[in-house]
Each structure stands twice: as structure tokens, then as C-alpha cells.
Design a protein around this ligand. Structure first.
Ligand SMILES: Cc1cc2nc3c(=O)[nH]c(=O)nc-3n(C[C@H](O)[C@H](O)[C@H](O)COP(=O)(O)OP(=O)(O)OC[C@H]3O[C@@H](n4cnc5c(N)ncnc54)[C@H](O)[C@@H]3O)c2cc1C
Length: 472
């Protein structure tokens, strides 16, 4: 349930966005975007150990399918295309190194559901739940099948509610989902406090088969599996230009790929290639990880069970617990998220934004876990999510020749969805979309985001006016 102020602000901004989007043809050209990619200093990447990216592409090569982007979406697509259509020649181009983007920098929560789709339609609700639980199971099966060195757990995650009214609504929602055969639990205030003592939490819903995963270990661990199957992987290879056609030409700094089909697996970076510029924007989220905590320390701060949690506020706070006892924590305030003018994909250090974000995250963690303020922090980082206006992802195929596949805009649920996206694109590419037909985000529309400067102004207005509002 959104509060009235938030709904009004959102409607006004949507109206403004629709009006100002008419200026796209001019303003989109006046302010060209640059691809900026910084190194990944996350705890996830650190726990992979030393990693040497493969050499960049040099010269001209041909491929049946060229995948742009080496995160969950790109790597899972390469894997499942290899399963469904092993005769096709697949090449994967990554600007920096595998898992350098959000897949190797996130909060680690492997969740159910798809953002932007409410649960009012029982049939669709069951379908989405089944799909995302299958996605979670598929990730675990992949790790087991290839014996990948990936730390992961699935002992459940919580959504905590910060008002009695929202906790009651969540209780009723859990009962409704149970009536559909969906096993979502509800913990009342006391029961919750005994297991997960977050200050101010009035109750929580529990998703039992969700958990936490080290995405950098998964994505980088898949490299030898893909290479064995003949996927040619070029890291340190940014795609500078995509020229659509029956044969698509991809220009890179030292080479070119001529491909019959392309996959945009570039999520928050996609606008740099000229696609979906009015559909999604890069939202920076900042995170830190504590040093490993002993069981006693975890218990003392209140974290006695479960792989992770998020709260019920629009500037969502989230945290997860690694198997070596670190708490990865992010979000929770306007300062911990940022939109940077003209879709910048790195946080400008000089502006002090990254530092302010880290201070704000620590304050949010202290709010929920007052005894955690003295815990040593070992890693601090940020990354970009691809966010759509209504938070629904965008999956499908586009272009005059229907040969540009995409799965983008997961809006915070990409750990499960971007891994599932590989199965989706592989099915579509093989000509069988039966599993996905009718899903609202497959070939779905989207609310248009205006060009700059309206985009930046709209973001500032929305975040300042809605502040700590509950999630809509
Ligand atoms: C801080 C943070 C916390 C998050 N927490 C969670 C969470 O707890 N749970 C959850 O479900 N989701 C979370 N997410 C979202 C989730 O991580 C993403 O939705 C998901 O990883 C997207 O995967 P992807 O492969 O589509 O994109 P990415 O992982 O971003 O990969 C895109 C890749 O494309 C490359 N690239 C971009 N442009 C080009 C180009 N022109 N040429 C070549 N390569 C290019 C980039 O270098 C990058 O490696 C979080 C995201 C962030 C940033």
C-alpha cells in the first residue's frame, strides 16, 4: 500500500515524465552518454581470490549470437543457449571482467517474486512464485552439477514491517498466499524478536526457500564451464557501438563482431548502447560488509537465524549474512541510493556522495541493530541497478529483424531473475516461448522516463518528497 503523498507525487511525476518525454529526440542527442566502469571492490569479488580476465577481442570475428555483458544475465544466457542450441557459435563480450557489474556487487539476497507485479491475480501470483522458486532451485542445481566453488545458503529471508498496520496487512497477505499453496510464513513481534531482533520491527514475513549467494563466485566460476562448451569469452572488451541489421555489427576498441543475433545483458549500463534510454535508469546502491563475526557476536546484535532481510520502506534497507559470518548491509535512506546526472554509472568520488552513503548505511544498521555500531567494516562499495519506473523488468526481443534479445531492469530482484533470464532468452532464441508467454514483463510496455535535465530533477523531487515512505 502506498501512502497518499507518495501516490500523488508518483502520479505527478509520471504525468511530467510523459509530457517531457516528447523532448527526447532533441535532448537525447544534446547530451551523449559515456560508458564508465569502475573496479569491483566488493567482499564477493574479494572472496573469489585472484582473478585474471581473459584477453580483449582483437580483429574481426563472426558469431551466431553475441552476448554483451558478463553478469548473471550474460553468463546464464551463454550457458542455457549452449544447452538448448549447442550448434550455435556464441561469443560473450564484457567491458571489464566477469561479475564486475551488479552481479558481483549486490547484497547477496536470492529472492522470490518479481517487483512491480502485485498479488491480486491468484493465477499470476502462483505462476510468478513457481517461476522464481524454480529459478532459485536452478541456481542451486547448476552449482551442484558443475561443482562450482560458490558460497550459498537457503535458510530463508525475512521482510520486516516497521508499523503495526503493515505487519497486520503482511499477516493477511501471508494467509492469502498460503490459501494459494504458497508457503510464506509470518512471524509476530515476539516470535520475530527471539530469532531476529531488529529494533522497531513489528512482525515479518518469511520466505523459506530463499537465501544468499556470492554472485561473483557464481559468475566467475562459470567461466571454465562456458569455455569448455566453446563459448568465446572476451573480457576487457567494451562494445562501443551496435549497428542493427540482419547481421549486427558490434564495434569494440580493437575489433568487431558480426553476429546474427545479439543479447543486451547490460542492465543498468544499457542506455550507453543507445537502447531503452527512456525505459530504465542506473540507480546506485551503496553497501558495506563487516569483518567475520563470531556466533556470539551475531547473537548479541540480534541476528540469530536466517540468511537475510529487507524492510518495508521505499528506500529499502537490506542485509544478508555470509557463511563466514559477515553482515552485508545496504540501502535504507535517500543518501544510500543515488541517481547521477545523465545516467552516470560510477559514483563521482569528489562529490563526497560515496562517503555520505556509507555514513547513512551505518546509521540505518544502528537503527535496526544498536549493538552493531562498533563492528569492524572490511569492505565498502557501490554498484548500479537497472530500475524501471514501475519496477517491472523488461524481457523480450526487439529490432526490425527481431534479433536483439534483452532482459533488463530487474529493479532489485536480479539475483534470481537475471539467472532465470538465461533460460528465457535461450528458449526464445530456440523459437519456443511457451514457458514465458503471457507474463506481464515479457514484451511488456513501460512508463517513459524523460531525458535530462527532467530525469535528474524528477529523481530529486521524488526522493525528497517521499523520504522514508513505505514501499508502494
Ligand atoms: C548494491 C547492489 C545491491 C543489490 N542487491 C541485490 C540483492 O540483494 N538481491 C537481488 O536480487 N538483487 C540485488 N541487486 C540487483 C542485482 O544484482 C542485479 O539486478 C543483477 O546482478 C543484474 O545482473 P545483470 O547481469 O543483468 O547485470 P550486471 O551484473 O550489471 O552485468 C552487466 C555487465 O555488462 C557489462 N557491460 C556494460 N556495458 C557494456 C558494454 N557496452 N560492452 C560490454 N560490456 C558491458 C558490465 O561491465 C557488467 O559486467 C543489487 C544491485 C546492487 C548494485
Amino acid at each position: 500500500m502506498a501512502n497518499p503523498k507518495q501516490s500523488l507525487t508518483f502520479s505527478l511525476l509520471q504525468g511530467g515524465a510523459a509530457l517531457t518525454s516528447r523532448t527526447w529526440p532533441i535532448l537525447g542527442r544534446v547530451l551523449p552518454e559515456r560508458l564508465e566502469i569502475d573496479a569491483n571492490p566488493s567482499v564477493w569479488a574479494d572472496l573469489v581470490g585472484p582473478y585474471t580476465p581473459s584477453p580483449p577481442l582483437e580483429g574481426v570475428i563472426n558469431a551466431d549470437l553475441a552476448i554483451i555483458g558478463g553478469g548473471f544475465t550474460g553468463v546464464s544466457t551463454a550457458y542455457y543457449v549452449g544447452e538448448r542450441t549447442p550448434e550455435r557459435k556464441v561469443v560473450l563480450l564484457e567491458a571489464a571482467s566477469l561479475a564486475n557489474g551488479a552481479s558481483g556487487r549486490n547484497g547477496g539476497l536470492a529472492l522470490n517474486w518479481v517487483n512491480g507485479i502485485d498479488h491480486s491475480d491468484p493465477e499470476l501470483t502462483r505462476r510468478i512464485y513457481t517461476l522464481t522458486s524454480e529459478g532459485l532451485a536452478a541456481m542451486r542445481a547448476l552449482i551442484a552439477r558443475h561443482n562450482l566453488p560458490v558460497a550459498h545458503r537457503h535458510d530463508g529471508t525475512l521482510t520486516i514491517y516497521t508499523s503495526n498496520a503493515r505487519a497486520e496487512a503482511a499477516h493477511a497477505e501471508a494467509e492469502y498466499l498460503n490459501s494459494l499453496g504458497i508457503p510464506v510464513g509470518f512471524l509476530g513481534r515476539e516470535e520475530l524478536a527471539a530469532q531476529f531482533a531488529a529494533r522497531g520491527a513489528c512482525g515479518a514475513s518469511l520466505e523459506p526457500d530463499t537465501g544468499q549467494i556470492n554472485g561473483a563466485q557464481l559468475v566467475r566460476g562459470m567461466r571454465p564451464v562456458l569455455e569448455q562448451r566453446g563459448v568465446r569469452i572476451y573480457e576487457q572488451t567494451p562494445v562501443l557501438r551496435v549497428e542493427p541489421g540482419r547481421t549486427i555489427r558490434l564495434t569494440t576498441p580493437q575489433g568487431e563482431v558480426r553476429a546474427r543475433a545479439v543479447v543486451l545483458a547490460t542492465n543498468g549500463y544499457t542506455s550507453k548502447l543507445g537502447f531503452f534510454r527512456d525505459a530504465l535508469f542506473p540507480l546506485h546502491s551503496s553497501v558495506f560488509a563487516t569483518a567475520p563475526l563470531t556466533r556470539d557476536q551475531q547473537h548479541a546484535m540480534g541476528w540469530r537465524r536466517y540468511a537475510g532481510f529487507s524492510d518495508d520502506l521505499d528506500r529499502i534497507a537490506y542485509g544478508s549474512l555470509t557463511d563466514d559470518g559477515r553482515i552485508v548491509f545496504g540501502g535504507g535512506s535517500n543518501q544510500s541510493y543515488a541517481y547521477c546526472f545523465n545516467n552516470r554509472t560510477t559514483l563521482p568520488a569528489a562529490a563526497g556522495q560515496a562517503r555520505r552513503a556509507q555514513v547513512a548505511i551505518a546509521q540505518t544498521m544502528d537503527t535496526y541493530f544498536p549493538d552493531a555500531s562498533a563492528l569492524p567494516i572490511s569492505h565498502r562499495w557501490s554498484g548500479v541497478l537497472g530500475v524501471t519506473l514501475d519496477r517491472r523488468p523488461l524481457w523480450g526481443c526487439t529490432g526490425e529483424d527481431r534479433n536483439i534479445y534483452y532482459a533488463l531492469g530487474y529493479s532489485g530482484h536480479g539475483v534470481t531473475l537475471a539467472n532465470l533470464a538465461g533460460e528465457f532468452i535461450a528458449d526464445l532464441y530456440a523459437g519456443d516461448d511457451s514457458r514465458w508467454r503471457g507474463l506481464p514483463f515479457y514484451q511488456g510496455g513501460y512508463g517513459a522516463i524523460p531525458p535530462e535535465p527532467f530525469r535528474w530533477i524528477g529523481y530529486q523531487l521524488f526522493t525528497r518528497l517521499t523520504g522514508q515512505a513505505p514501499r508502494g
